[in-house]
Design a protein around this ligand. Structure first.
Ligand SMILES: Nc1ncnc2c1ncn2[C@@H]1O[C@H](COP(=O)(O)OP(=O)(O)OP(=O)(O)O)[C@@H](O)[C@H]1O
Ligand SMILES: [Mg+2]
Length: 322
């Protein structure tokens, strides 16, 4: 890849709590994505997935401090981007869908009006052209009877249909990268599968890249070519999905795998039943953040953080990965 669509380089983001504590939400995260690629970001609650995703378009909350590294989108630095260019980035290059479509949709605007608004803001479509393009997008995302859905209020739509409206809104800006942050977590299992199929289909048709964020390893097996596993703000393992799932090297990835009863059996693995989650104090110490939960830890692990080691496309941050 000479100039990747996205390059994240040693990204570090932290928060200061009201008690004066520092939370290292994302530490030293680096990865690249090419056009049209699907990459999955996996890890339990609080591991830094959403903060990483928001940094891509500089959408971090005001309390966040971007303290290291940068994000490059088509060769341009997001950290230093001016306001105008940033608007272009958010409205034309990167689109987002989130976990709770009901919270992202405006309850007092019809589905059609919200798609129409996105088409106006991002592409200056008006009037009948906007309606025609909006209906086409509704069809594309598999909404049944677009004419009827156009005038529907969000509360009249099911969760799956609401998420399809959100995807149509995201597609209105014709993103090169769609960030899907837990897009199916709030949905029923069968609907989850349909939404993932839709995303895969849209990706093939439109050639957009997808960053799929999930705590559910089972979801990535059929969806993403590569996977990054995050723990306590760090990427602890990465590589081609099949290799990582078939031969996890990091003890945390192995734990995650055990939380998925049978990878091919269903889509509903539970993310967090392997023990207590990483907390702030752990991530602030000098040792490996996974040390307190690690079944293969040695005393050195509590003292010094392991380096990332790499072999081809695979990386792992553990001294005892073999
Ligand atoms: N606005 C905020 N203020 C303070 N701390 C925050 C804020 N947003 C996130 N954090 C902290 O940053 C860390 C990473 O959070 P993040 O939301 O990225 O996790 P996540 O991996 O997306 O989790 P989930 O699976 O629950 O969505 C957590 O420790 C979280 O408490
Ligand atoms: Mg999140």
């Amino acid at each position: 890849m000479d100039r990747p669509l996205l390059r994240v380089e040693q990204l570090g983001v932290r928060f200061r709590t009201p008690e004066g504590e520092t939370v290292h939400a994302v530490r030293d995260v680096s990865f690249e994505m090419g056009s049209g690629e699907t990459l999955a970001l996996v890890g339990e609650s609080g591991s830094g997935k959403s903060v990483t995703a928001l940094a891509l378009a500089r959408l971090l909350p005001p309390s966040a401090e971007w303290h290291s590294g940068d994000v490059w989108v088509e060769g341009r630095s997001v950290r230093t981007m001016g306001a105008r260019e940033l608007l272009g980035l958010r409205g034309g290059t990167i689109g987002y869908i989130f976990q709770e479509p009901s919270e992202s949709l405006n309850p007092v605007m019809t589905a059609g009006a919200q798609i129409q608004e996105a088409l106006y803001v991002h592409r200056r479509f008006r009037g009948s052209a906007a309606r025609a393009e909006g209906l086409r997008l509704m069809q594309k995302v598999g909404l049944p009877d677009p004419e009827r859905c156009w005038g529907a209020w969000p509360h009249e739509l099911s969760g799956g249909m609401q998420q399809r409206v959100m995807i149509a809104i995201a597609l209105a800006c014709r993103p090169k990268l769609l960030v899907a942050d837990e897009p199916t977590t709030a949905l029923d299992v069968t609907i989850q599968a349909q939404i993932l199929e839709l995303l895969a289909h849209l990706q093939r048709e439109l050639g957009m890249a997808i960053l799929l964020i999930t705590h559910n390893l089972a979801l990535v097996a059929h969806t993403a070519r590569r996977v990054l596993v995050m723990y306590a703000g760090r990427v602890v393992e990465s590589g081609p999905t099949r290799q990582v799932l078939n031969q996890p090297k990091h003890p945390y990835t192995r734990l995650l795998m055990r939380a998925v009863p049978r990878l091919r059996g269903g889509l509903n693995g539970s993310p967090n039943n392997g023990g207590f989650p990483a907390n702030r104090t752990e991530s602030a110490t000098g040792g490996c953040a996974f040390y307190p939960r690690c079944p293969i830890a040695a005393p050195i692990c509590s003292e010094r953080e392991p380096e990332e080691v790499g072999e081809g496309e695979r990386t792992v941050r553990c001294r005892f990965w073999k």
